[in-house]
Design a protein around this ligand. Structure first.
Ligand SMILES: *[C@@H]1O[C@H](CO)[C@@H](O)[C@H](O)[C@H]1NC(C)=O
Ligand SMILES: *[C@@H]1O[C@H](CO)[C@@H](O)[C@H](O)[C@H]1NC(C)=O
Ligand SMILES: *[C@@H]1O[C@H](CO)[C@@H](O)[C@H](O)[C@H]1NC(C)=O
Ligand SMILES: *[C@@H]1O[C@H](CO)[C@@H](O)[C@H](O)[C@H]1NC(C)=O
Ligand SMILES: *[C@@H]1O[C@H](CO)[C@@H](O)[C@H](O)[C@H]1NC(C)=O
Ligand SMILES: *[C@@H]1O[C@H](CO)[C@@H](O)[C@H](O)[C@H]1NC(C)=O
Length: 603
């Protein structure tokens, strides 16, 4: 296990001599994994002509400086709170050393890859090349194979180890796709019930119950969630957002999840008629599509856009669709084997001078399927977004502490380090310390739901902002509880939560109910977007990276969830909800009016 704080990763200065004979230079293993993660098995050698799009991450020697800016501009008690950085400033703070650029250029040129065939990120910290498997194998002294997934049947081209000339080791953080098997699934996008609800009818009984903010809410909200329910439950019924103050909400789609516009309009008619006829900006990243055929509509993309845009209308909004997914097609010459979409999305957004102030994503995978090097770099990209003033939210996962299975005999939580020991499986990117991870609740009074993903990172140490809150939780566990199953000094997640069951959406022309932390992240993000709206209206900066605020003062504007647990990995109760922070509901669900008063009282 490698547990390293991103702050303070050493940069070893380059000792590049003039002409470097890379091809004669001794290759040394740069990265290797014990074997493919559970579910994947090696099939045939990869066809030599198959094209790979390799992304090369170059070290960011000034990242500690960037991180220092992030802490300062995100801490409400710091004089620099809200002094977010510009694209030019973060580009400069994430740029590689010029010697790194030179030596990597020389290495690429020695394989005939000249500048015009390289694609560079805005800060020059990523270089992308397109090469056939045969050449990649020579450059990385490895052999690629086709791997198949036993459950999904997906095929991908990967290797379990790659090497680089020793002289390049300090100049390249990682090259992917090589050892990365993560699938970054959409969280719990399965339909629970099809065509069963008519939300317009639901609230007609007139019966009310007491919601988490102490106000009366429609009784139907206890079993079916609509836009109106969320505004009632989270105390924002009276709030109107602006269409013109510059505030924006961004939602992301991956893995061929398309947001259907006809479904969106039908949803607006049912759940927020004033929004009917309104549209969103579609941004294609790396060739991502938004196929409008009904049959191509994605539950996840529909859910995110319908609730995110329905809750925040008339705030302008953007839907990003990023390409990059299996299956591997051996007959295709175009690279289909990217399958690591976050770096493409980050490359795109970080190259933009203006960004939405709030962005929600409902995709992720087990942290251990993501190589540490890749997780670190993607997480660093989230820190850059925070420094730029963007609130970045991710759903926390839908399998409790791992697989959601309380039965020790059938649980599937095993380490992938060769030891094959039982352990909880944290989620990435939710476990990245620079994002706000959102867990799920159900019913009224709100209870943490059994599937809500939560736990402790095995990659990232606990950040200072949550030290007190998480230590208090750990002190409540009986000594020895779950010992060996989790990293007690890792970053704890989720940070917050929101309803995540029985959301009434429109899917392929029909109403349907969906559940999962996929519901919770766009919901919490919508209330954050409204808070940003309120701050912008009075000339204040957007909230940016939320966690330092949430853990220091913001929790007072949240409903603490104290009931519920998330079994899994053969444990019955696993982590449980309790007073204060817990690794299933975080600090709690939003009370908009209280949060609004808090954020308007800050500079
Ligand atoms: C979700 O909706 C279904 C169908 O209406 C209902 O049977 C179920 O009890 C609801 N679940 C919750 C947790 O309210
Ligand atoms: C919000 O908009 C509605 C509909 O236009 C209006 O009736 C209401 O007074 C507005 N609320 C506030 C607080 O301005
Ligand atoms: C809505 O926006 C999408 C993507 O920007 C566009 O393709 C579509 O034509 C728009 N629909 C309407 C009704 O304006
Ligand atoms: C859109 O999706 C449909 C249904 O999956 C498919 O038949 C069609 O080829 C797709 N269109 C494009 C342009 O990809
Ligand atoms: C890990 O251990 C489990 C339970 O003993 C077993 O089912 C599984 O096959 C093992 N996996 C590997 C890769 O050894
Ligand atoms: C909401 O539903 C749950 C589960 O059915 C029930 O236990 C609870 O009493 C209901 N809440 C109210 C206020 O009726």
């Amino acid at each position: 296990m490698r547990l390293i704080s991103l702050f303070g990763l050493p940069f070893v200065a380059a000792l590049a001599s003039a002409a470097v004979p890379f091809k004669d230079c001794q290759h040394k293993v740069k990265e290797s994994i014990h074997g493919p993660p559970r579910g994947w098995s090696r099939h045939t050698p990869a066809p030599k002509h198959h094209m790979l799009e390799l992304k090369i991450a170059l070290p960011q020697p000034k990242f500690p400086e960037l991180e220092q800016h992030l802490w300062e501009v995100s801490d409400p008690s710091h004089p620099r709170y809200g002094a977010h950085l510009s694209k030019e400033e973060t580009d400069a703070l994430t740029a590689p050393h010029s010697e790194t650029l030179d030596i990597v250029n020389e290495w690429l040129a020695s394989y005939g890859l000249a500048e015009e065939s390289l694609i560079r990120s805005s800060a020059n910290d990523w270089v992308t090349i397109r090469v056939p498997v045969g050449l990649a194998e020579e450059m990385l002294d490895t052999t690629y194979h086709v791997y198949k997934h036993s459950k999904t049947g997906e095929s991908i081209v990967r290797t379990t180890s790659y090497s680089l000339p020793e002289i390049l080791h300090d100049h390249i953080d990682l090259i992917q796709p090589t050892t990365m098997f993560a699938r970054f699934k959409a969280f719990r996008s399965t339909l629970l019930w099809g065509n069963q609800v008519q939300p317009s009818v639901l609230s007609e009984s007139g019966r009310t119950i007491t919601g988490p903010a102490g106000n009366q809410v429609d009784a139907s909200c206890n079993s079916t969630i609509t836009v109106s329910c969320l505004k009632q439950l989270y105390n924002a019924v009276a709030y109107n957002t602006s269409a013109t103050n510059g505030n924006e909400l961004g939602l992301t789609g991956y893995l061929g999840q398309y947001a259907n516009n006809m479904d969106l309009q039908q949803f607006f008619q049912l759940e927020n008629p004033s929004a009917y006829g309104s549209n969103y900006t579609f941004v294609s990243v790396n060739g991502g599509l938004n196929n409008q055929t009904y049959a191509a509509a994605g539950v996840e993309a529909n859910l995110d856009t319908q609730f995110g845009f329905g809750l925040t209308w008339p705030t302008p909004r953007t839907f990003y669709s990023t390409a990059g997914e299996p299956p591997f097609d051996p007959d295709m010459f175009s690279p289909t084997d990217t399958n690591e979409p976050y770096s493409y999305w980050l490359d795109y957004v970080l190259s933009q001078p203006m960004l939405p102030q709030t962005i929600s994503t409902s995709y992720g995978d087990d942290e251990q399927t993501v190589p540490f090097t890749y997780a670190s770099r993607v997480c660093a990209g989230m820190a850059v977004l925070g420094a730029r003033g963007v609130s970045v939210l991710f759903s926390s996962g839908d399998y409790g502490v791992g697989d959601g299975d309380p039965d020790p005999a059938t649980q599937e939580c095993y380490s992938n380090d060769g030891l094959n020991v039982t352990k909880f499986l944290p989620t990435f990117p939710a476990a990245c310390p620079y994002v706000t991870a959102v867990g799920a609740t159900v019913n009224i009074p709100e209870t943490a739901i059994y599937f809500s993903g939560g736990g402790f990172s095995d990659y990232f140490v606990r950040p200072a902002y949550q030290e007190v809150a998480v230590s208090e939780y750990l002190a409540k566990l009986a000594p020895g509880t779950y010992e060996g199953l989790y990293t007690s000094y890792g970053r704890g997640f989720p940070d917050v939560s929101a309803q995540g069951m029985n959301f009434s959406i429109v899917y392929q022309g029909e109403t349907a109910l969906v559940g999962g932390t996929s519901c919770s992240s766009p919901t919490f993000a919508s209330f954050v977007s409204m808070l940003n709206d309120a701050r912008i209206n009075v000339g204040k900066t957007p909230l940016g990276f939320l966690n330092p605020f949430l853990y220091s003062t913001g929790y007072a504007g949240l409903n603490d969830i104290t009931v519920g647990n998330n079994p899994g990995c053969g444990t019955q109760a696993s982590t449980y909800a309790t007073t204060g922070w817990d690794p299933i509901s975080g600090l709690g669900t939003p009370n908009f009016e209280k949060l609004e008063a808090l954020v308007l009282s800050m500079d």
